[in-house]
Design a protein around this ligand. Structure first.
Ligand SMILES: Cc1cc2nc3c(=O)[nH]c(=O)nc-3n(C[C@H](O)[C@H](O)[C@H](O)COP(=O)(O)OP(=O)(O)OC[C@H]3O[C@@H](n4cnc5c(N)ncnc54)[C@H](O)[C@@H]3O)c2cc1C
Length: 362
């Protein structure tokens, strides 16, 4: 690659911002442009707090990026022309690239169960999290990290509400026994009704139906069972997995399009053992940064070093006063140590703040 290259980052979430921040100052004479549909960055990892009635801080993306000399285009990317190396935007404009960092993240996955897309609410993105809890029964479907955090947050702040957490597995089942026991104890103390052996087969306007026929009435149903990814990469003909995530090599380069790199939730990135790295802020930040390092190295005609990455801990908030911070082995399996209670909550809060700082937000 030679000078005056144009590096375009699509997606200004944790991965895209970490990449852009890292590129600024390292990419020589190359121009850097970030494209995002949103005008503001909102901490996605706090959206469960927002629906429980808390106000979240917002950062103006144009100001944050332009002060680092990065051009920001607020527009929705509607198509990638991977042959012409061009991004088409919703206003009709286009952005040409020499190198593209694809960091479009993820969104709610409500497909699969009848009625979920139509009747269930979500906290997956800011766009779908502008609702707030208004009493009555709230059925939270899914007891992964998001479902646990949401159920605890609502139960803590909305004492008049009845919160029912519905899942096929024990909340936090992938963590250590100590963490699982603490999650259950805190949820129960907050009054959350845990149904950990059920399968929701239908969502209606007034509740959910379980396999076996039982109906659980609820004024609000929230779907938290997983994330889907935008279809742009698949539609552009990039090599993707069954979910539409970009398949990458060990330098995060698309295996089908060498001028495209991918990071964060919308990329398949080899992790420890046979597993790919999980969709997490904890993955998005280091992989965004590494994608930038690779691009900057190759601009200078060098080969990049390896992605040095390991998970250290996983934190799950349990309202504002409690959390579990599960320490992890290098292969992402739970270690023995778990921080709990107020200490856990303080550590989790510091990590969330640190994530915004690592994305370059003041
Ligand atoms: C409630 C909640 C709590 C969470 N808690 C944690 C946690 O404690 N720890 C953790 O590690 N992870 C957590 N996560 C997961 C974490 O938020 C994601 O894994 C992380 O945000 C992924 O970062 P990303 O940069 O890949 O994508 P995103 O943060 O999703 O950013 C993608 C960006 O792309 C933009 N975009 C998408 N499509 C287009 C388009 N067509 N055109 C232009 N722009 C587009 C979006 O506007 C967005 O700004 C949580 C998620 C949720 C919902």
């Amino acid at each position: 690659m030679t000078g005056k290259q144009h590096i375009v980052v699509i997606g200004a979430g944790y991965a895209g911002l970490a990449a852009a921040r890292r590129l600024a100052g390292r990419a020589g004479t190359a121009r850097i442009t970030v494209v995002d549909a949103r005008a503001e960055f909102v901490e996605r990892v706090r959206l469960h707090q927002q629906v429980a009635g808390q106000r979240l801080r917002r950062w103006n993306l144009a100001e944050e990026l332009e002060r680092k000399g990065i051009r920001f285009v607020q527009a929705r990317a509607t198509r990638i022309d991977a042959v012409g190396k061009r991004i088409e935007l919703d206003g009709g404009d286009c952005v040409d690239y020499d190198v593209l960092i694809y960091a479009l993240g993820s969104l709610a996955d409500t497909g699969g169960v009848p009625g979920a897309a139509e009747f269930a609410k979500s906290v997956a993105t800011p766009e779908v999290s502008s609702w707030t809890v208004n009493g009555g029964t709230i059925a939270v479907v899914g007891a992964g990290a998001t479902g646990i955090e949401l159920a605890a947050e609502i139960a803590e702040s909305q004492r008049d509400s009845r919160v029912v957490l519905l899942s096929a597995d024990e909340p936090g089942a992938w963590l250590s026994a100590k963490a699982v026991a603490h999650i259950r104890a805190v949820l129960e103390k907050l009054g959350v009704e845990i149904r950990a052996d059920v399968k929701v087969v239908e969502v209606t306007a007034d509740g959910v139906r379980l396999a076996g026929g039982e109906f659980v009435g609820a004024e609000t149903t929230v779907w938290t069972t997983g994330f889907a990814v935008p279809e742009l990469a698949a539609r552009a003909g990039l090599a993707v997995d069954g979910a539409g995530r970009v398949l990458t090599d060990e330098t995060l380069r698309s295996i089908s399009h060498p001028e495209i790199y991918a990071a964060g939730d919308s990329a398949v990135i080899a992790g420890p053992g046979e597993r790919s790295l999980r969709m997490a802020c904890a993955t998005a930040l280091p992989t965004g940064k590494y994608a930038a390092d690779v691009v900057a190295a190759r601009l200078r005609g060098r080969e990049p070093g390896d992605l040095r990455f390991r998970y250290v801990l996983q934190c799950i908030s349990l309202g504002r006063r409690d959390a579990v911070v599960q320490l992890l082995h290098a292969d992402d399996t739970p270690a023995r140590t778990v921080l709990r209670g107020r200490l856990g909550a303080r550590v989790k809060e510091l990590i969330v703040r640190g994530a915004a700082a690592a994305a370059g937000l003041r």
